[in-house]
Ligand binder design. Structure first.
Ligand code: NAD
Ligand code: TDX
Length: 346
């Protein structure tokens, strides 16, 4: 197999690329195409690039999935037969500030990849979608057959990519599989998302800006379990189908925050309740019976997964301090300053 991993320098994509390269003794090829936006980081691929002589076939291209000529070139040059599309703008709060990049990458980019897959006769196209396309659910869990109801610009653009991929299966027979996973956590996650932001803020003795009452529920999945599920679906998934991926770890945000602080032995007084996210989805929950019936199962327990993630951020301060001193500072100010000020002014 020759697998193109788009967005392979990001959080989940780099875990997936590493997993493929470690498996590729059998002769598989791993090709990464990544634009290296603020969220893309070559450090995430260092284990592979430092050890290229030991690992199997690996190639990296810097570029945009919206660039059709480039995507076509990559697919031909490396005889790509399988495309796994992780490339996306992925942070809800940024999409609320400005949806532009989300429309480009999460919709137009998916169109370009699908067109190339169609013209080059790809054998498999995995579109990495998200649980956010369903919207919030007060009780029970979403099944793949439930209607979608995306409620923020990120979720809406992902829903566009998700349904466009499905339409290419129905209309042109492109062998598409769509995955919808819940919130991922683990090592190498850009520190804008809840878990890495709160771990790194706590290490720095900074406030943890918890939105609203902190009673929103998220369903947590370790990134390694997620990557194994995707690999499993490449082999066992059925074309044209949607698969939810979750590990049934539902927790309120305040529970997750307490677990992080307790592991770091930091006081709960670091928590600051701030103005809520606009249109905040109160609860996500996925029913993943469909993929489990095929034979996949998550392995990593939530508490242990969070603890080992905390330990990684403690050991890898260089990785996140570099990020937090760059573009991130400006973002943090724009995202949080008004939330904290207007809340305390109330
Ligand atoms: P991330 O933001 O860490 O990484 C995204 C990567 O895509 C980055 O390396 C970035 O440089 C690259 N990229 C962005 N725009 C690009 C473009 N136009 N062309 C090429 N590369 C581009 O995201 P992540 O958390 O690793 O998420 C990966 C995928 O999984 C996304 O599609 C996301 O919607 C989906 N997902 C994420 C989660 C989660 O909890 N993080 C859960 C479910 C689904
Ligand atoms: O500072 C914060 N304070 C806070 O209370 C941040 C960044 C988040 N939160 C809350 C909002 C959510 O209820 O924590 C929860 C998790 O937030 P995020 O880490 O931003 O993730 P979420 O919005 O749930 O979306 C994630 O899951 C689905 C990923 O970012 C998406 O890429 C994925 O598709």
């Amino acid at each position: 197999m020759s697998i193109l991993v788009t967005g392979g320098a990001g959080f989940i994509g780099s875990h997936f690329a590493r997993m493929l390269v470690n498996q590729s003794a059998s002769g598989g090829q791993t090709v990464v195409l990544d634009k290296l936006t603020y969220a893309g980081n070559m450090e995430n691929l260092r284990e592979i690039t430092d050890d290229l002589h030991k690992s199997g076939y690996f190639k990296f291209y810097k570029g945009d999935i919206c660039n059709r000529e480039l995507v076509e070139h990559v697919v031909k040059e490396d005889a790509v037969d399988t495309i796994v599309n992780f490339a996306a703008d992925s942070h809800v709060d940024r999409s609320i500030m400005d949806a532009g990049a989300f429309i480009d990458t999460d919709m137009k980019g998916v169109y370009v990849l699908l067109e190339v897959a169609r013209n080059q006769g790809a054998k498999k196209f995995i579109q990495i979608s998200t649980d956010e396309v369903y919207g919030a659910i007060p009780e029970g869990s979403f099944k793949e057959t439930d209607p979608i109801n995306p409620r923020n610009p990120y979720a809406a653009s992902k829903a566009g990519g998700d349904r466009l991929a499905y339409s290419y299966w129905v209309t042109y027979g492109v062998p598409v599989i769509i995955t919808r996973a819940c919130n991922n956590y683990g090592t190498n996650q850009y520190p804008e998302k809840l878990v890495p932001l709160f771990i790194t803020n706590a290490i720095e003795n900074k406030k943890l800006p918890l939105y609203g009452d902190g009673m929103q529920v998220r369903d947590w999945l370790h990134v390694k379990d997620h990557c194994e599920a995707i690999d499993f679906l490449i082999r066992h998934g059925k074309n044209g189908e949607v698969y939810n991926i979750s590990a049934n770890n539902e927790h309120t945000n305040i529970e997750t925050t307490h677990l992080i602080l307790d592991e770091l032995k930091k006081p709960h007084s670091l928590i600051e309740h701030v103005l809520d996210r606009e249109g905040h989805d109160r609860r996500y929950s996925l029913d993943s019976t469909k993929i489990r019936q095929l034979g996949w199962q998550p392995k990593i327990k939530y508490e242990e997964g969070i603890r080992s993630t905390v330990r990684w951020y403690l050991k890898n301060e260089d990785w996140w301090r570099k990020i937090k001193s760059g573009e991130f500072l400006e973002y943090y100010k724009r995202q949080y300053e008004h939330r904290m000020v207007s809340k305390s002014a109330k």
